[in-house]
Design a binder for this molecule. Structure first.
Ligand SMILES: [Zn+2]
Ligand SMILES: [Zn+2]
Length: 304
């Protein structure tokens, strides 16, 4: 069967926690902006819309989720992990450190049948590279988060999330990189607010249902984006071929990285091609756009 690309946001808030719009309003926003699926992930709350009684055609496909939220040490250390594809609330843990809490929350999400995604490690600088490296059961880490407080790119001596991701991959973790909105604000637009539409994933699946989406996401059959559109993609151990869809004169530079985040090759143009070399345990690509600071991230190809 032909597989299709399905666009979704997997980190969203509503009035069921600290978002400023109802779940119905939020779901409609994503449908109107041509998202195929959506994970509503309120803090410590499983928000479920009654799609039998309402208007499923007005919403994207809804995959149930929760942002498992531990507020440690008087909420000075936020440890947030998204639980994707769960059927009941996962209670947040509160352990003696951020690291132990993180590992415990990830394990609780796995036990509940969900995919655990480590959210915004640099929000309030709560987590560091080693925290991600020791989180062996994590499914993903947010390589991009659209919330203005997420400090996605590090600085001031702090690692970017992309550097943390490469450290975890180099340590042998099978962990993916996701881009998300972490949207809270639907009524007013500003770079200082957490607006929708900034980060998403595009999953390659046979159809739009829960088992197919969960399987494709679990296997890393998707790419992540903060604005770059990839039309065609081959992503295997023999070759990586990316064909971007430029918008209005947009130009691209694609960087292929391996162990320790080492740059293996760099290519300019709307098509980027690379043969993963021997001796690397993984290779992945980051596409940089001339528009804004838009990027796309492919999932790592594991080579041994
Ligand atoms: Zn959060
Ligand atoms: Zn959030």
């Amino acid at each position: 069967m032909q597989k299709t690309w399905l666009k979704g946001n997997i980190h969203t808030h509503t009035t069921e926690s600290d978002g400023d719009a109802s779940p119905e309003h939020v779901a409609e926003w994503y449908k109107q902006h041509e998202y195929d699926f959506l994970v509503i992930s309120d803090h410590n709350h499983l928000t479920v819309l009654d799609d039998a009684a309402n208007h499923p055609d007005d919403w994207p496909y809804l995959l149930p989720g929760e942002e498992v939220t531990s507020r440690l040490f008087g909420n000075t250390v936020p440890v947030h992990v998204n639980a994707i594809g769960i059927d009941s609330v996962v209670e947040p843990s509160e352990e003696e450190s951020a690291r132990v809490t993180l590992i415990e929350n990830i394990d609780r999400i796995r036990k509940a049948g969900g995919l655990p995604s480590i959210n915004h490690p640099n929000y309030m600088w709560a987590l560091d590279t080693e925290d991600i490296v020791v989180s062996k059961n994590a499914w993903a880490v947010e390589v991009y988060n659209g919330h203005p407080g997420s400090n996605t790119y590090g600085r001031g001596g702090k690692a970017s999330v992309e550097q943390m991701w490469d450290a975890a991959l180099t340590a042998g973790n099978r962990i993916f990189g996701v881009a998300t909105d972490d949207s809270h604000h639907y009524h007013e637009s500003s770079p200082l607010l957490a607006n929708p539409g900034r980060g998403w994933i595009v999953v390659r699946a046979e159809k739009l249902d829960r088992p197919e989406l969960m399987a494709a996401m679990s296997e890393g059959d998707f790419y992540s984006s903060s604005g770059v559109v990839i039309g065609e993609m081959k992503n295997n151990a023999d070759e990586i071929v990316l064909e971007m869809e430029p918008y209005d004169g947009e130009l691209f530079t694609t960087v292929f990285t391996g162990e320790n985040g080492k740059v293996l090759a760099e290519e300019h143009g709307a098509t980027a091609r690379f043969e993963p070399p021997a001796g690397q345990s993984y290779v992945r690509a980051t596409v940089h756009s001339s528009r804004e600071s838009y990027r796309a991230w492919t999932q790592p190809v594991f080579l041994d």
